[in-house]
Design a protein around this ligand. Structure first.
Ligand code: PEP
Ligand code: MN
Length: 341
């Protein structure tokens, strides 16, 4: 018993009774109201539910059918919710026809620099500004980000440009300050399996951009999304950003097959980050184009006015004029596949 599909005629009272019975058994529920029918997702360890117990639910008024899901992820699964999830962020909707491009520097460095980049990427068609205030650096001696000061700069830039802000949360202790300033909370690759962090963002209702771990399988990525959703936050955007392989010619190996695989297994929006995937600026454009052709709902691209001087990830950052050219090409590709940028 994982999914309870309700009859069209199910009344509020009947639904309430089913939910109460589930809660009494120690389960949580997630109700998804589609245009066709309403479905109750049963959250908790359902593997121990016996066939007898299952049939006591099957006979309840309002119940059409009960399904067991064999996949370990449930709420993130397309079996649970066949229709694509569309996430509304201000005036933007991620997961619908429009492809969104989230652009900006790896790290927030200072106000004038971020504002300059934001204005340029916006003009080229980007719909979100990205930038890290808390940076997960490999070396403890590298620039660690501006912290709250960086978040204030991001919020100021949103004020001046109208672009919503995407920024990374690394530590549950910073959740309140991130929520105050960000429109989308990024969970970075290194924290994809930081389960306490996932539960923390799951217990708020800010959209979460969940990046695939450096050596995580697609199933592990979906289980990480499940951690967030099990706490009640369904606004999860999945992000393929490259995985570690034996290949050394690129920083990571961008796994573009993850896009159609994730789309098949899950209803959640999928975006691609070709900047971290490739790790070199000249590889970003071809991989961005391929990602759109593969069906991604969006892209995250690092842009810096002066990559040579960037405090992090300069080698993979596009200069604004190159970003502009790429956006033009992406628009053409989007059109061919019936989407828009
Ligand atoms: C980033 O987006 O700047 C970042 C650190 O990404 P990732 O977690 O994918 O390495
Ligand atoms: Mn980066």
């Amino acid at each position: 018993m994982d999914i309870i599909v309700l009859k069209h005629s199910a009344t509020k009272k009947e639904i309430h009774h089913i939910v109460k019975k589930l809660l009494n058994k120690g389960f949580k529920t997630n109700i998804s109201k589609g245009t066709e029918r309403t479905v109750i997702g049963v959250i908790g360890d359902t593997s121990k539910v016996t066939d007898e117990e299952n049939s006591t639910f099957e006979i309840l008024p309002g119940v059409e059918k009960i399904y067991r899901i064999l996949k370990p992820f449930k709420l993130a699964s397309r079996d649970f919710k066949p229709k694509n999830t569309v996430i509304r962020i201000g005036r933007n909707t991620i997961g619908a026809k429009k492809i969104h491009v989230l652009a900006g520097p790896c790290a927030v460095e200072n106000m004038p620099a971020l504002l300059k980049i934001a204005k340029e990427v916006k003009k080229a068609g980007a719909t979100f500004i990205r930038g890290g205030a808390f940076k997960p650096r490999t070396s403890p001696y590298s620039f660690q980000g501006l912290g709250e000061e960086g978040l204030k700069i991001l919020a100021d830039v949103r004020e001046k440009t109208g672009l919503p802000v995407v920024t990374e949360l690394m530590d549950p202790r910073d959740i309140d300050v991130i929520i105050k300033y960000a429109d989308v909370i990024q969970i970075g690759a290194r924290n994809m399996q930081n389960f306490r962090l996932l539960q923390e963002v799951g217990s708020h209702n800010k959209p979460v951009l969940l990046k695939r771990g450096l050596s995580a399988t697609i199933k592990e990525l979906l289980m990480a999304a499940e951690y967030i959703m099990a706490q009640g936050n369904n606004k999860v955007i999945l992000c393929e950003r490259g995985i570690r392989t034996f290949e050394t010619a690129t920083r990571n190996t961008l796994d573009l097959t993850a896009v159609p695989v994730l789309k098949k297994l899950s209803h959640l929006p999928v975006i691609v980050d070709p900047s971290h995937g490739a790790g070199k600026w000249d590889l970003v454009a071809p991989m961005a184009k391929a990602a759109i052709a593969a069906g991604a709902d969006g892209l995250m691209i690092e842009v810096h006015s002066n990559p040579e001087e960037a405090l992090s990830d300069g080698e993979q950052s596009l200069k604004p004029h190159r970003f502009k050219t790429l956006m033009k090409e992406l628009k053409a590709i989007a059109k061919v596949i019936g989407r828009e940028i």
